[in-house]
Design a protein around this ligand. Sequence first.
Ligand code: FES
Length: 112
Amino acid sequence: MPRTKDICITVLYQEDAYTLRAYEGEYRSLMELIYDHVYALAFGECRGMGRCGTCRVQIMNHSGPLDSMDRNETATLQKMGISSQNTRLACQIPLTHALHELTVRILEEDEI
Ligand code: FES
């Protein structure tokens, strides 16, 4: 019996909204899920190493489990001059049930 895709995430990019569905573990990270379904220019250039900062997303409606960042993510965001608690690297967010009903906005290159 096929598994149900029980994680639903809304991704906002430019003028569009995408509803993405997945099951836990289908993708390693939120970045990989977005990369596979949304064509966003230059998104995820380092493929999840946490160094390029091109997978920046703004968390629109979530708190709690997403609040903790590891040292590399914090350092990359600081190098970019970003201090907002709502801005995260999608490649550093594991795709788990905790993300169900999350809404994120992909940040453009010139947005901090
Ligand atoms: S893909 Fe490069 S920092 Fe996330």
